[in-house]
Design a protein around this ligand. Structure first.
Ligand code: SF4
Length: 415
């Protein structure tokens, strides 16, 4: 269906495809099921109503929470006078009986295996109970759990209450951290915990979509330059377009503006790079090393081994002047770790480490000295120690305004 759409669509973009699906749905079509025959080896996502008359080897019935299935009985918006009701309605809770019949239809679609699923946590404050139909089907007593209101902090505590591991004679597990994880920990240990230990999911942010699309484009362009292959601006912009996702934007206008900004940024970058004599020697090269008491992993965006060796890391953040770029490079623990890994691979430190801010083509560069490297190592050791000891104290700062956990952060609730 997507292929057919892309052949005829004027604007072959995700949001136009979604509108197309919506139009089909409003016209009474079932776009999800229309292209698939019952015999196809594929997963079909159907409502119970749409599955009537069909059978499958394995059926998952999802969303079986009480008050969702059976759904709460909503009063009719317009009540029909009794004289107009042709059928004699059965006595008792008619809605519940109808829902039970529907559940039976769902269960009997399975030929071999039936899997019933429900969730306690659907992302809100309420704790959900399994559907009474599931308990009836399994011949279990009705759930006696009270409906609980849980605060976000209580939910987090639930994640913490894992049983303590039994003591064993196994050697202690090695701490493995990425260079960005070290930077994240030092910025705010609690934020690090929320995102990397508890792994609280957050919605995709538009800056991540933008950054990924730009990085993918630069990766392909730099690889072509490294291999001395021709690569046009059109190809560069094409990769940006293909890597783009319509997620996390505030509005359609916001997305269009950012998309245009990305294209302009890459056009300007391409023109600058065409004039540059320096070629990349390594692109998106991964590394692993033992440093600061841990296994550190990472990836260099670009290494140039010309007259001077340099490690370049691309950034898409809004840095407008060289002074700010210099300060960021000087404080970047990520660059410090990149320099350590470079030294392990090439036997000497790189001549320079650069943060390249693509938007305005501004660079912040640091030439690593023994003293600077010492400071970087101390910071990395601090992060490794903190993670190994489970020390996740909050570090409120200006960065809290863009922290996705700001609403549940206890440090911002005090006072
Ligand atoms: S809101 Fe601030 S202090 Fe709290 S986790 Fe986020 S960055 Fe850390």
């Amino acid at each position: 269906m997507i292929k057919r759409f892309s052949q005829v669509a004027r604007y072959d973009r995700l949001h136009t495809f979604v509108s197309y699906l919506e139009s089909l749905r409003q016209a009474g079509e079932d776009p999800a099921g229309s292209d698939i025959s019952q015999d196809d080896n594929a997963v079909r996502v159907l409502t119970v109503h749409a599955a009537k008359g069909l059978e499958f080897e394995t059926v998952f019935l999802a969303g079986l929470e009480q008050e969702r299935f059976p759904a709460r009985n909503m009063p009719e918006r317009i009540e029909l006078p009794d004289d107009l009701v042709r059928d004699i309605l059965p006595s008792g809770d008619y809605h519940l009986q109808e829902e039970r019949r529907l559940f039976y239809v769902g269960m009997t679609r399975a030929k071999t295996e039936l899997i019933l699923t429900s969730a306690r946590n659907l992302g809100g404050r309420k704790s959900w109970k399994p559907s009474q139909f599931v308990l009836e089907a399994l011949d279990r007593p009705l759930a006696d759990e009270k409906t609980l209101k849980t605060s976000p902090l209580d939910s987090l505590k639930a994640f913490q209450n894992h049983p303590q591991p039994l003591e064993t004679n196994e050697p202690e597990r090695e701490t493995v951290l990425s260079a960005t994880a070290v930077e994240d920990y030092l910025r705010c240990p609690l934020r690090y915990k929320f995102s990397r230990v508890v792994k609280i999911p957050v919605l995709m942010h538009h800056t991540a979509v933008f950054g990924t699309a730009v990085h993918e484009s630069l990766k392909a362009y730099n690889a072509a330059r490294r291999d001395e292959k021709t690569f046009s601006m059109k190809q560069l912009l094409g990769i940006f377009e293909n890597s783009w996702k319509s997620e996390g934007f505030i509005s359609r206008e916001h997305e269009d503006r950012r998309y245009q900004e990305g294209l302009d940024m890459l056009r300007a970058h391409f023109k600058r790079e065409q004039k540059s004599k320096s070629r990349p020697s390594f692109v998106e090269q991964g590394f692993k090393m033992n440093a600061a008491g841990a296994r550190i992993i990472g990836r260099w965006d670009r290494i140039d081994l010309g007259k001077e060796s340099s490690v370049i890391d691309y950034k898409t953040s809004d840095v407008k002047d060289e002074k700010a770029a210099q300060a960021k490079a000087k404080d970047s623990r990520q660059l410090g770790l990149y320099a350590m890994a470079f030294e392990k691979k090439f036997g000497k430190l790189p001549d320079k480490l650069t943060l390249h801010f693509v938007k305005f083509g501004i660079e912040g560069t640091v030439r690593p000295t023994p003293r600077w490297m010492e400071g970087m190592l101390e910071d990395a050791e601090k992060a490794v120690r903190g993670v190994s000891q489970g020390n996740y104290d909050p570090n409120p700062s200006y960065g809290c305004r863009t922290c996705p956990y700001e609403k549940i952060c206890p440090a911002l609730r005090k006072g």
